[in-house]
Design a protein around this ligand. Structure first.
Ligand code: ATP
Length: 357
């Protein structure tokens, strides 16, 4: 695929076989979870060094953000928690959105594959969400035209619609998927969502072996909660993407499980799929570490460290599915540390079997 090919050809910061990756702990549960990521990487001898960058959510300037962007541009790859968006009246736009825009991370991909044995509304789900990540309702172009009347612009461009649709179809083609479903509200937003749908229909013609259908977002929500197994790859604009991502994560076990990948032509950023700060559970040692650790697996795969990615994802699977060491959000009673300790045990076990010569 053009996107995947380009991404693979871009050199990442690397020295002696090790990569340097920007790590942004963010707010809420981010810092405690990143500590576990670092410790597991140390124990597993993962060939990655982290450049940790912190952002002060209360600062009223953007110096921190600029430093972060420079760091990601230098390293090519980042793992992040969610940056807290300060109070509504600071005038600072969401730094998470600004980051995605500055790096042109035009697509967000969530692999929603059920973990056998995890209590969930549905089991055996296997859905890929491909979401436009930089425009739509997230254009951050809002103003009060006259007192009491606010206008908010939703931007849809043919260029970005095409990039996302092509990504969805290329993904389907290279991963043996059968169908892409484009989600929209083109019956009401005839121009904006109309353009997205029309572009997807046009791109679909280049992929005769992959079925393409479309579904209005409201019906899609109903179908998701009543018959989610019908979905294969889903293609959608930004706001529908965040809603659908959260619905599917909820169906599969909640905010603490799945990771999300953000890609552009030049950079890649990995994070928990639902982008929660989890501020209300921070510091209590009860947050589910799996989503952040899955983001670390994604990051290792992206860097081509497939053996290490496999070791970590196997350790996660054994802990969650076999030993059923689960945090409270998944119906268990384990602390973050108990989950992490079990994962560490498996990582150490597997790593010690590896032959390095
Ligand atoms: P807060 O950030 O104060 O928790 P919120 O409504 O913004 O409030 P989110 O961060 O969006 O909450 O998270 C949504 C819900 O998912 C919350 O109940 C949060 O506690 C829970 N949650 C998010 N991440 C995790 C996690 N890793 N483990 C367990 N629960 C989580």
């Amino acid at each position: 695929s053009p996107v995947v090919r380009k991404l693979k050809s871009i050199p990442k910061a690397q020295y002696g076989g090790r990569h340097t990756v920007t790590m942004l702990p963010g707010g809420g549960i981010g810092p405690e979870l990143m500590e576990h990521v670092r410790e597991i990487f140390r124990l597993g001898g993962m060939p990655v060094d982290f450049e940790v960058v912190n952002i002060d959510p209360h600062s009223d300037g953007n110096d921190d953000l600029e430093y972060l962007i420079t760091s990601i541009k230098r390293n090519g790859v980042a793992i992040k928690g969610n940056i807290e968006t300060g109070s509504l009246d600071t005038g600072i736009a969401s730094r998470n959105v600004a980051l995605r825009n500055e790096l042109d991370l035009f697509v967000n991909v969530l692999k929603c594959k059920s973990y056998p044995g995890v209590p969930a509304r549905y089991s055996d789900l296997d859905i890929i969400i491909v979401r436009q990540n930089t425009e739509g309702e997230y254009a951050m172009l809002e103003h009060e035209s006259v007192h009491g009347v606010v206008e908010s612009m939703k931007i849809v461009t043919a260029e970005n619609s095409e990039r996302v649709a092509r990504f969805a179809f290329e993904y389907a083609k290279s991963h043996g998927r059968k169908r892409v479903t484009t989600i929209h509200k083109a019956n009401i937003m005839k121009l904006s969502d109309g353009l997205f749908l029309e572009t997807s229909n046009r791109v679909a013609k280049d992929y005769p072996n992959i079925a393409h259908n479309n579904m209005i977002i409201d019906n899609c929500c109903m179908q998701l909660v009543s018959n989610p197994h019908q979905f294969d790859v889903m293609n959608m604009t930004n706001l529908y993407g965040t809603i659908v991502s959260n619905v599917i994560c909820g169906l599969m076990g909640g905010a603490g499980l799945l990771s999300g990948r953000n890609y552009g032509d030049h950079y890649a950023v990995f994070e928990p799929g639902t982008r929660n700060t989890g501020t209300s559970i921070a510091g209590k040692g009860i947050a589910n570490p799996i989503a952040m650790l899955n983001a670390a697996v994604d990051m290792l795969e992206h860097l081509g460290h497939n053996t290490h990615a496999g070791i970590l994802s196997d350790a996660i699977r054994k802990t969650v599915c076999d030993d059923k060491i689960l945090t409270a959000d998944l119906g268990g009673s384990a602390s973050t540390k108990e989950v992490v300790n079990c994962i560490k045990k498996y990582v150490i076990e597997e790593t010690s079997k590896m032959k390095w010569f």
